[in-house]
Structure formats: C-alpha cells, structure tokens
Write a protein that binds this ligand. Sequence first.
Ligand code: NAD
Ligand code: DAU
Length: 360
Amino acid sequence: MVILITGGCGFIGSNFIRVILQAREDVEVINVDKLTYAGNLANLLDVKGHFSTRYRFIKGDIADKDFVKEVFEKFDPDWIVHFAAESHVDRSILEPEDFIRTNIYGTYNLLEFSRMSWPLEDSRSLAKKRFLQISTDEVYGSLGETGLFTEKSPYDPSSPYSASKAASDHLAKAYFRTYALPVIITNSSNNYGPYQFPEKLIPLTITNARKGVELPVYGDGKNVRDWLFVEDHCSALLCVLDKGIPGECYNIGGHCEKENIEVVHTICDLLDERLGRTEGRPRRDLIKFVTDRPGHDRRYAIDPSKIKKLGWQPRVSFEEGIRTTIEWLLENTPWVENILNGTYRDYYKKQYGESVNGHP
Ligand code: NAD
Ligand code: DAU
C-alpha cells in the first residue's frame, strides 16, 4: 500500500506520518513537500531513521503539474492524504496569492492526476483507493454565542485562507460527484501540540512568554476556538481512512471551546509555575491587547457526533495537552531556535546535498 502524503514536513503532516507508520506495517509513505517557510525536515528526523525502508521524502510543489505527474507515474499511490497548504490566516490577509496557488490549484492537480491514474470504471479496484482532503472548520465562517458546526452547516468563509480551503473542498466534492473519485473530506478544529510552527497562537505564546517578550492578543481576546491535540486529530484521520465512506465529510473536534485570553492566561500561569516568574512579575503582565485581525471569526465549535459514530473519540484533555506542548517546547529549544534564526532551512542541504533537485 503506497500512501502519498502531501505537506508531511508541516505540523500535522509530520505528526500523522509518525502515527501511520507506527500503526500500519503494510504501508509505505511518500512525503511530498515544497519546504516552504512552514516545512521543516527536522520534524521527521526520527522517522527518517526508524522507518528508512518505508518512508521517502521528495521535495516538490503540488502546484507544479509536471512534478505531480512524475510522482503519480513513479509511485502509483493507493491513498492520497492531502495536508499541503498555506495554513496561516494572518499571512493570507497580507499576501493571498500563494494560498490560491497551493490550496486551490495544487489541490486541483492532485485530484486531476488521481482521476487520470485510478481505475474509475473498475469498482472493485477503486474501492481500495482513497483521496483524503484535510480541511478546516474555518470554511463554515463564524458562529454566534451558541450552536455547533455540523457537516450540513453552509460554507461561509471569512479570510483568503478559509476561502481557498473552501474552494478546494468544493473541487474535491465535485470530483466525487462527477467522476466517482473516492474523496473523503475532514474538517477539523484548531490543532495544537509538538512541531507546530511558532506563528500560531499557542506555540507563539509559549515561545514569547518563556523569553519574557510581549504577548499579542487580538481584539478583546474573547474569540473562541475549539482546541484539539494533534495526536487526536491523527487518530481521527486513521479512523476515517479505515471506516469513512467516500463522498462523505467528517467534522473533527473534541468539545474544547476556550476564549483566546483563557488559553494565554493558562500558558502564562503554567510557565510561572514551571520556570518561576520573569523578573519577579507574573507572565500575565506581558499580555498586550492589539488591533484585531480583519474579518476575525468570533467563535468556532464542532459537533463531532458523525465521526464518533465511526468509533473515534479524543483522548487528550486540554489540561494534559497544553502541559505536554509546553514540556515539548522546553525540551526542544534547538528546534525553536533553529526556526527563529532561520537555520532550519539548511536541513535539506545537509540531508540531501545541494545537487539533488528533489524530483523523483
Ligand atoms: P503547516 O503550515 O504546518 O504545514 C503545511 C506544509 O505544507 C508545510 O510543510 C509546507 O512546506 C507544505 N506546503 C505548502 N505549500 C506547498 C506546495 N505548494 N507543495 C507542497 N507542499 C507545500 O500546516 P498544518 O497546520 O500542518 O496544516 C496541515 C493541513 O491541515 C492544512 O491543509 C490545513 O488547512 C489543515 N488544518 C490545519 C489545522 C490547524 O489547526 N493547524 C486545523 C484544521 C485543518
Ligand atoms: O480552525 C482551524 C484553523 O486553526 C486552521 O484551519 C488554520 O490552519 C490554523 O492556523 C488555525 O487558524 P486560527 O486563525 O484559528 O489560528 P491562530 O493560531 O492564528 O489564531 C488562534 C486565535 O488566536 C485566533 O482567534 C486569533 C488569535 N491570535 C492569534 C495570534 C497568532 C491572537 O490573539 N494573537 C496572536 O498572536
């Protein structure tokens, strides 16, 4: 079984590669990643060592048609697990173009080459194929004070990021309806945990609070996100690959709604407890309320009943997950520092040499 994983050098993709290689001895993983600023080969150093016969990395851009064609011709994948994306909302507000290119056009390329490579007329062979489109709850837009997103909630994206994800989900659905491509879509809430790039709220706050640097909180800090530990997201994806039905969508979340300010307070207090106060002052003093994000969705919250019927449930509470994340970042100081000083970008040269162009 060959699984093509896109964006495997990012946060969720790298966690998922580790999980699936451990869970399934019958799979071989081909990880295709462009190594944008968010892609980090250091996220997979242990995987490269432990699973050298079942894991392969190829540097490349999913928006490059020739590259995607070559990958399909060479590896003939059975499953596609598609994580690759520009993922940060703030960046999409400043420079939307890469979001359109990667998230929409890149997804189109993968769908199109899957359609051309897979035996769409032979239902028995097709039954073994899967195209898993990893999406987000942000496609649904914002909730008011009550209610939950279900799989039937209308798409109503607010940012260029979420609009590009919504567009790619629509394409994926259309490929199921038009060509019977066995597509499944998952819409997850906010993930956190090891290997998350320190631009996102939780790792950014931990990194800054540790150093005693200002902690920016957008608007009034009362926007609500529904937090999911990354390993629980990965186990949900394994469950959907195993038991999900083509053409269906599954919302993934663990009923863990928190206001941003509550998350930031928790991190400050845990770091004070773990490291002592910074210059005698509580870390909460570092919080600075700053201008709000334009189009900032007020509240996200997932109804996960449908995926729970497949037998999945989250295992890690926020209290446990946030402590694990803090400990991981404290124990992996070089991982953070190499990102902050830019040297993480040298890993490719160190591991693969300058002459390798990354093509298969
Ligand atoms: P990330 O930004 O950490 O990683 C994205 C990865 O994709 C990087 O390794 C990057 O190099 C790669 N990539 C980007 N453009 C590429 C291209 N053109 N070709 C090949 N590779 C490319 O993202 P993440 O947080 O791990 O998110 C992964 C997926 O999960 C995304 O599709 C995102 O929309 C979705 N998602 C994320 C969250 C979350 O909370 N982080 C929640 C729900 C859904
Ligand atoms: O809901 C799923 C989405 O979660 C994913 O699809 C996205 O890829 C992922 O980036 C995440 O999007 P958010 O915009 O919710 O995540 P972010 O960490 O950027 O922000 C979380 C909340 O914290 C949001 O309400 C904005 C706020 N925030 C963020 C940052 C970076 C701050 O108040 N201060 C900050 O410095």
